[in-house]
Write a protein that binds this ligand. Structure first.
Ligand SMILES: Nc1ncnc2c1ncn2[C@@H]1O[C@H](COP(=O)(O)OP(=O)(O)OP(=O)(O)O)[C@@H](O)[C@H]1O
Length: 635
């Protein structure tokens, strides 16, 4: 039986209530925005120890490099005073080696941390995506979701190495070098600072544009993957319609947008690189002029000027690193905001749990528990899909008693399939109550609710993988005998015997290697394997031939003692055998009764039965009223 959800678990948390937020358009570079740092630190916090170790080592490598000009200075001075320089040269060589090795270890640790950040973000994204509410999947197309989960998280890789560590290391090194330069000669330091600060201000003005371009480039990638996902999802239709060129155009548009904006990033990136070089060259000339004059006036030694100039060129890596870090930070911030939008999409109101046997489902499937049929009640249910669409259910009420078979019929768009979506809680009604066994389904644990239900969608989706994979989705423990039983029940045994690898035969992307009818039977077998208490079948016989439809009808009739079966169907042969038929029209319940009662009492049902909507297979409309004939032997 179904358990009750604790109150806390029913309420979606505040974060879930918010849809995607628009990107921050403050005009300030991300590196100056508190929320960008907060986001960044949230991803980095779990790795803080390794970041400290790796960052510390690369800083150490950098510092040991800083001593090199001091030793170089003493080498020059020793040469001037004709003192031996061998020991200073050995010290210099050792220092170069140590700083290279320590720096390399630090870099490796940081890269490892970067990969871990990407992995943990992807895991979070995967968990979020698979637990999304069905309604949320309408907001971001699947291709875009995939692009955020892959391309954007890949960009976040540079969050650690370039964006954080290089900002910190670059700043520390910069300060250290400036201090050392100050010790050498403060006049030259002021000259250098004046030039470098001017350059820094100019670079900072271009950063917001860069972030914007980076975000647009990622959106272009998302556009491309959405277009490809759309084309590959309907591949045969695209081919049959000769629409390859048109679809290629749409996908290329995304690729071109990504290219355009990536070029903008590259342009800004290379401008900044050239700008740093020019800044240092200008600083070099200024220092050479001012320094030369100071050496000539004996205000400083030639060795100090050479060492100062060396330090000036030592400024290039930390300055470059700082600017690259600022650029990366902005690119990463753009990626993080896209991933953040995905992570803010609302998930279903129960905590994501790892794959686990569902009580009452896997146990039942293993044959230990016979299912107890469930009843369903709709009380004044009002529903409209999110967005601008019309009301789909106008306060509908009906009862599906436990056991037996109930069929829903009605014109296309009447709201029949939506009844199933509400029972499964894919969507929440805006008014009224849906009950299972008399209990409001909002009070039930979602996992257990769905565990009690077997659901076959209208287009009977089959996933890439083997037939066995398809049957056992979400059921880690299935006995072979149980599997064989449902394969026989769904009339799949003939197919499985014919296939080269039986149940382990690959069915291709979305089951393209199977016929439409075979896909329907796989979907039915999958639902039966769960030994559901309630079986929802949406148009499962539409693609079956008369023989297989007849067999499936027998199976359905056979299980109605232990499972409540609810079908949506247009074929008379499927619905007329139902214990009760609910006629829907325009989002309202029009009539409820048996086939015979409805034939005599409801005009719409009579009309449906007489037209192609409820045609018995291979029989003319005029004979459709002879339901018992059809039920008995099949067409
Ligand atoms: N995800 C959705 N978002 C917005 N509107 C939807 C969505 N799914 C269905 N609708 C609309 O809701 C209405 C009822 O759809 P539903 O699928 O329940 O009808 P149906 O009676 O099962 O039709 P059919 O017999 O053709 O399958 C239709 O007008 C449809 O356009």
């Amino acid at each position: 039986m179904l358990g009750t959800v604790p109150e806390a678990a029913r309420e979606p948390d505040a974060r879930e209530e918010h849809g995607p937020e628009p990107p921050a358009e403050t005009g300030r570079p991300a590196i100056l925005r508190a929320e960008a740092w907060r986001d960044m630190l949230r991803y980095l916090r779990p790795q803080r120890r390794l970041i400290l170790v790796g960052g510390g080592l690369s800083l150490l490598g950098g510092f040991s490099g800083l001593i090199q000009p001091v030793i170089a200075k003493s080498v020059v001075e020793n040469l001037e005073s004709r003192t031996p320089v061998m020991s200073a040269l050995i010290a210099l060589t050792a220092l170069v080696l140590v700083s290279a090795v320590v720096g390399a270890i630090g870099t490796f640790i940081l890269m490892r941390v970067s990969e871990s950040v990407v992995l943990s973000t992807r895991r979070e994204v995967i968990r979020r995506v698979l637990w999304l509410r069905v309604s949320e999947t309408d907001k971001i197309p699947p291709g875009d979701l995939m692009s955020r989960a892959t391309a954007d998280t890949t960009l976040m890789r540079s969050a650690v190495t370039t964006a954080i560590v290089e900002t910190v290391n670059g700043s520390v090194m910069l300060v250290a070098i400036l201090v050392l330069m100050g010790f050498m000669d403060w006049v030259l330091l002021l000259t250098t600072l004046a030039v470098v600060l001017l350059g820094g201000v100019l670079v900072a003005t271009g950063l917001p544009q860069l972030e914007n371009a980076a975000r647009r480039a990622q959106e272009g990638v998302a556009e491309l993957s959405t277009a490809l996902e759309r084309a590959l999802g309907t591949f045969r239709t695209i081919k049959a319609s000769g629409a390859e060129e048109a679809e290629a155009e749409i996908a290329e548009r995304g690729a071109r947008h990504a290219w355009q904006h990536s070029l903008k990033v590259a342009r800004l990136d290379s401008l900044v690189g050239a700008f740093i070089t020019v800044t240092i060259q200008v600083a070099f000339l200024a220092v050479l002029g001012v320094g030369g004059a100071r050496v000539a006036s004996d205000a400083m030694s030639l060795g100090s000027l050479i060492a100062f100039l060396l330090y000036l060129f030592y400024l290039v890596p930390p300055l470059g690193a700082l600017v690259t870090a600022m650029i990366r930070f902005n690119v990463v911030a753009a990626a993080m905001s896209r991933v953040g939008e995905l992570l803010r999409l609302r998930t279903e109101p129960y905590s994501p749990a790892p794959v686990r046997p569902v009580p009452g489902r896997d146990a039942a499937a293993a044959g230990r528990d016979a299912p107890v049929p469930a009843s369903v009640t709709f009380e004044d249910v009002v529903f409209r899909y999110p967005g601008e669409g019309p009301v789909v259910h106008h306060g509908i009420s009906f009862e599906v008693p436990a056991a037996g078979m109930t069929a829903f019929v009605g014109p296309s768009g009447a709201g029949k399939s939506t009844v199933f979506s509400l029972i499964e809680r894919f969507y929440e009604p805006q008014g009224g109550t849906v009950r299972l066994d008399g209990r409001d389904i909002r009070d039930l644990d979602l996992g257990e609710l769905r565990g009690a239900i077997g659901y076959v969608e209208q287009d009977a989706p089959v996933l890439a993988g083997t037939i066995r994979d398809n049957l056992c989705i979400g059921m880690p423990y299935v006995e072979e005998g149980e599997l064989r039983r449902v394969v026989g029940q769904a009339r799949l045994d003939g197919l499985v015997d014919r296939l080269p690898h039986g149940l382990d035969t690959e069915v291709g992307h979305r089951g393209t290697k199977l016929s439409g009818g075979e896909r329907q039977r796989v979907a039915v077998a999958r639902a039966l394997l769960r030994r559901p208490r309630l079986l929802l079948l949406d148009e499962v016989t539409s693609q079956l031939d008369a023989r297989n439809e007849n067999a499936l009808r027998e199976v359905i009739t056979g299980i109605t003692a232990q499972t409540t079966v609810v079908v949506v169907a247009h074929r008379l042969s499927t619905v007329s055998m139902a214990d009760r038929i609910v006629v829907m029209d325009g989002g309202r319940i029009r009539a409820v009764g048996t086939h015979e009662e409805l034939l005599s009492e409801d005009a719409l049902y009579r009309e449906l039965a007489a037209t192609q909507m409820l045609l018995p297979v291979s029989e003319p409309a005029a004979t459709t009223v002879r339901a018992n004939d059809i039920l008995g032997e099949g067409p």
